[in-house]
Design a protein around this ligand. Structure first.
Ligand code: HEM
Length: 455
């Protein structure tokens, strides 16, 4: 382990040079890769320079991470790019006293079994619709998984969050397309991606799309408030309204939920199919489990999911190797002791999710795909924070259980219907684009496993 940078206040090891670290991060191919390299070179606690974070410390050891697990504050600067999408304060960085009650409402819906069951049938319809399209399209050539599966997860979250607002297929399409306009513009600005049209034309288009999305939420809210629409604990907008959240905060929540749910769930499913295509034994074992649990049905019921234990292990192992969100961040609110180091209040702390998942101390041969790591016995033998695809503590992902259900049911439907084989002419390269993304998508050739019948 190298220790070529020693700071007088903290003695945390880290690299020299680079006034702001940006050049080093770019050379490494993104922050997630950079953190991986820093931890391999300097050990589990690393200090590095980053614009917007005077002092950044990254912690890749799950036991040491416990000291940070109660922090309820994110660094403003790192998330300010999301501020233009929010009317009532940036939900990523609102203060703890506003965040805690908001999180409680969100969890009461997103993590509740009632809402999972209520939306399950519609999720199955959407996933089966995609499988039908693929059955047709696969005779023409390979399928771009990431693009298709991100759109599927966007459709699912729109249905989930907006319910009656997506009643007609035309309106559902309009909402999906408006959200994609907003997101594409946002990501293009963040990652300096060249886009067609002038800056002004794109800004106007994105603003119109945002205004339209907000109006859709207002319509759903008005229907709830007029009593025209029945609501229960599966209804996100109704729950937020009943808890006294302002209309602006409700609009922001729906938008933030769509943003948080869209690419993350889509890439989780795509990377899982990618890994299974490279591990035919595991793919065969998933197929056998699906045959056994589903019998002659093409899609699972909600109650089937808990019997798909091997598929669950495969999904977990895929999110270990390709965590959709490759890092998280907090701001230390008071002095912290992390192992031998003292971290001062105000320090930006990174959760280098990828480096935590590849830490060889807790994951032997970490690069190997081995779903058995997630058997009950092996899981129980690891520290709690060795596996953190959904983050840590009071700002961790409220959608974790919903995302898992969406991913499992979609994988069950697709793996029951098709065999997946990587298209040789399309190499797969991971890059960070807000999520851990495949630069040129993940292209697969599909063949039917089952005689094709509609779900
Ligand atoms: C496989 C899919 C998903 C993954 C891997 C994922 C991962 C994450 C991660 C790493 C964070 C940051 C956590 C932290 O800072 O500790 C996060 C935050 C969040 N996620 Fe997810 N997410 C997924 C799907 C979803 C879905 C489906 C929803 C909503 C329906 C959602 C809603 C949120 C929200 C609202 C936050 C902000 C949390 C807060 O600040 O309180 N996510 N997610």
């Amino acid at each position: 382990m190298t220790r070529d940078f020693v700071d007088s206040s903290a003695s945390i090891p880290g690299p020299r040079g680079g006034v702001d670290g940006l050049a080093d991060i770019a050379a490494a191919g993104g922050l997630h890769n950079y953190q991986l390299r820093l931890h391999a070179e300097y050990g589990p606690v690393v200090r590095f320079a980053l614009p917007g974070a005077e002092t950044a410390v990254s912690v890749a050891d799950p036991v040491l991470l416990e000291a940070t697990a109660k922090i309820d504050e994110r660094p403003d600067k790192l998330f300010e790019f999301l501020a233009p999408l929010q009317e009532s304060g940036n939900l990523q960085t609102i203060p703890e006293e506003e965040h805690t009650p908001w999180r409680r409402v969100l969890l009461s819906v997103l993590a509740g079994r009632r809402s999972h069951e209520a939306h399950f049938g519609q999720f199955v319809n959407l996933a089966c619709g995609l499988a039908d399209q693929w059955a047709e399209a696969s005779s023409q050539g390979p399928i771009a998984l990431q693009q298709n599966l991100s759109t599927l997860s966007l459709r699912m979250i729109c249905e989930y969050a907006l319910g009656s607002g997506t009643a007609s297929p035309e309106q559902a399409e309009q909402i999906v397309s408006a959200f994609e306009d907003v997101l594409t513009e946002q990501l293009a600005r963040l990652y300096h991606v060249e886009m067609p049209g002038t800056d002004e034309e794109r800004a106007v288009r994105a603003q119109q799309a945002l205004t339209y999305l907000r109006a859709v939420v207002d319509d759903v809210l008005a229907a709830h408030q007029s009593g025209a629409q029945q609501s229960d604990s599966s209804d996100l907008i109704a729950a937020l309204a009943d808890a006294g959240q302002s209309p602006a905060r409700i609009r922001d929540t729906v938008l933030m939920t769509m943003l948080a749910a869209h690419h993350t769930t889509g890439v989780a499913i795509s990377w899982t199919l990618y890994l299974l295509a490279q591990h035919p034994d595991a793919a065969e074992r998933v197929a056998e489990e699906l045959d056994r649990v589903l019998g002659d049905r093409l899609a699972p019921d909600y109650a089937d999911l808990k019997h798909l234990t091997y598929l669950t292990m495969v999904l977990k192992e895929s999110m270990r190797l390709y965590p959709p969100g490759p890092y998280g961040a907090r701001e230390a609110t008071e002095e912290l002791h992390i192992g031998d180091y003292t971290i001062t209040a105000g320090t930006t702390i990174f959760y280098p999710i990828w480096a935590v998942h590849l830490n060889p101390e807790y994951w032997p041969s970490p690069e190997l795909f081995r779903p058995e790591r997630f058997s009950a016995e092996e899981s129980a033998a690891r520290p709690r924070l060795a596996y953190i695809p959904f983050g840590v503590g009071p700002r961790s992902c409220e959608g974790a259980s919903l995302a898992t259900i969406e991913a499992e049911l979609t994988l069950a439907i697709l793996l029951r219907r098709f065999r997946f084989e990587l298209a040789a002419e399309h190499p797969v390269v991971s890059i960070e684009r807000f999520v851990l993304w495949a630069a040129d998508d993940i292209w697969m050739n599909l063949t039917a496993r089952q005689p094709v019948e509609l779900c």
